[in-house]
Design a protein around this ligand. Structure first.
Ligand SMILES: [Zn+2]
Length: 84
C-alpha cells in the first residue's frame, strides 16, 4: 500500500474516500478516488494532458499557480507514468 496516489501524487490521507474503487466495489489503495473509479482511470491520456488537467483543477480549488505547477511537476515520476 502506498501513502500517495501513484497517478497524481496526492497523499492518500487527503482523499476523502481513502482510495479509488475497483470494479467489484473494493477499495483500490494505489490510486486515489479522483484518479480511479470503478476499476478505471477517470482521466485517460498522457502525462502532459494529465498535468494540465490537474493544474486546472488545483487552481479552480484555490491553489496558486506556482504551487500547482510544482505539484504537477513530480507527476511524471509516479509509477503510473514512468513507462510512458
Ligand atoms: Zn490520484
Amino acid at each position: 500500500m502506498s501513502t500517495r496516489c501513484e497517478s497524481c501524487g496526492m497523499p492518500m490521507s487527503k482523499d476523502p474516500q481513502g482510495g479509488g474503487s475497483n470494479v467489484d466495489g473494493t477499495k483500490n489503495k494505489l490510486y486515489c478516488s479522483f484518479c480511479y473509479e470503478n476499476g478505471e482511470f477517470s482521466f485517460q491520456g498522457n502525462v502532459r494532458d494529465f498535468q494540465e488537467f490537474c493544474r486546472k483543477m488545483m487552481k479552480e480549488s484555490g491553489m496558486n499557480g506556482f504551487t500547482a505547477w510544482l505539484f504537477s511537476r513530480g507527476m511524471k515520476r509516479l509509477p503510473r507514468w514512468k513507462n510512458q
